[in-house]
Design a protein around this ligand. Structure first.
Ligand code: SDX
Length: 393
């Protein structure tokens, strides 16, 4: 009941774990967090509300959410010595590399509460991660543009605090655009969890050795960095900019994809599980229109993206391979319209995925039956042979 064997293709494919957190039906394009369909949460439940749902299993009451929110706000500051940490990176360091390093470093500053089997340690580590990762993310960006890092302002909401630390400067007030904050909050909800994707499985696998939460999540950040996973939103913008720079001929680009030119894929398309339209992509596409209208950006790249989608959805090469837009296809355009540089796009994905990583790690620690076992292999190497001394080789 936990998997199946497909010997005809020469490998054993079993369900890697059980989990009660997120359900995906790839053929029907269904995504549910703790039973709630994603389209009922996006735009209605805040990111902290959704984080509470994923981590504790139920939607919070107003009092529960207020208490959770106030606990998170209390921990947005980084240890003062950690601010120097950012000075050690080169200015052009990729913010994902800074993020994974800084998250790992949290286990050096908070050594008092790292025991995965002490519920109080797990609780404070959960809150510290949710609270400090936006601060770390904004500092990684400030470092790259040589601007001073702002202390968090705990009078602000979760997303508003992050926007101010990212785009604000000490010399003037920062005015938060409520629509940008609301859309960013919704995008974080859309990214909050996604079953056993590459980075979440990484967090579980590292955690299964009883590594602490910070070490496990740092590993997840590194897995997300890859262009086939979280790095795809950055790769989509690189792809669209390339098409735009070559005169905007989307048909010529699609032909290159179909010819399978090395390194040429339609980034933001395809999915290991969704063999139908990624339910998140539909929501993001509408948000892209809303934000671009709001920010007045009639971004030519959005036109290109929509043309690419239109062509691909009508072309048998993509249809026969069940390649549809995934969550990454439009998100980069929104982040760009919000003022984020391309290098920050995957950091925003990590910010969103954080509660999912935490919830899945906690589930695995609390219930070893949900542990991802040690991956099995089918050996295809040499049969046994006798050692030959180097003088005879
Ligand atoms: C995320 O797992 C998750 O849940 C991930 C995620 C999450 O929320 O955590 O949803 C986030 O990672 C979304 C995916 C973002 N990545 C990209 O957009 C990168 C481009 N996509 C591909 O690399 C690819 O589609 C994958 C890796 C996402 C999925 O690959 P699959 O399902 O394993 O498909 P495959 O690699 O076996 O390819 C099947 C065929 C191949 O052609 P043939 O050998 O059959 O001729 O489809 C082709 C592939 O070459 N193909 C593509 C393609 N994706 C697959 N061809 C062109 N463009 C693409 N994007």
């Amino acid at each position: 009941e936990t998997g199946y064997v497909t010997l005809d293709t020469g490998f054993v494919n079993t369900a890697s774990c059980t989990s009660a957190i997120t359900y995906i039906d790839g053929d029907a394009g269904i995504l549910r967090y703790r039973g709630y369909p994603i389209d009922q949460l996006a735009g209605k439940a805040s990111f902290l509300e959704t984080s509470y749902l994923l981590i504790y299993g139920e939607l919070p009451t107003a009092d529960q959410l207020a208490e959770f929110d106030s606990r998170v706000r209390k921990h947005t500051l980084l240890h003062e010595e950690m601010r120097q940490f950012f000075g050690g990176f080169p200015r052009d360091a990729h913010p994902m590399a800074v993020l994974s390093s800084a998250v790992s470093a949290l286990s050096t500053f908070y050594q008092d509460a790292l025991d995965p089997f002490n519920p109080e340690d797990v609780e404070i580590s959960t809150v510290r991660l949710l609270a400090k990762v936006p601060t770390i993310a904004s500092y990684a960006y400030k470092k790259s543009i040589g601007q001073p890092m702002l202390y968090p302002d705990n009078n602000l909401g979760y997303v508003e605090n992050f926007l101010r630390m990212t785009f604000g400067v000490p010399t003037e007030d920062y005015e938060i655009d409520p629509v940008v904050a609301q859309v960013l909050d919704m995008l974080l909800v859309l990214h909050a969890d996604h079953e056993q994707n590459c980075s979440t499985s990484t967090v579980r696998l590292v955690g299964s050795s009883h590594a602490n939460l910070f070490a496990s999540v740092s590993a997840g950040v590194n897995a997300l960095f890859g262009p086939l996973h979280g790095g795809a939103n950055e790769a989509v913008l690189t792809m669209l900019n390339g098409i735009h720079a070559n005169g905007g001929d989307v048909n010529a680009f699609v032909e290159r994809v179909k010819k399978k030119e090395p390194g040429v894929k339609l980034m933001g398309f395809g999915h290991r599980v969704y063999k139908n339209y990624d339910p998140r992509a539909a929501i993001v596409k509408q948000a892209a229109r809303d934000v671009l209208e709001r920010t007045g950006g009639n971004d030519p790249l959005l036109e290109l993206a929509m043309k690419l989608e239109e062509i691909a959805l009508a072309d048998d090469f993509f249809i026969s391979r069940k390649l549809y837009p995934n969550v990454d296809f439009y998100t980069g355009l929104i982040y760009k319209a919000m003022g984020f540089p391309t290098k920050m796009f995957t950091v925003l994905f990590a910010l969103g995925r954080l509660p999912g990583w935490i919830a899945q790690w906690r589930e695995m620690i609390n219930d070893p039956a949900t542990k991802i076992g040690r991956p099995r292999q089918l050996y295809t190497g040499s049969p046994e042979r006798a050692f030959v001394p180097i003088t005879e080789r």
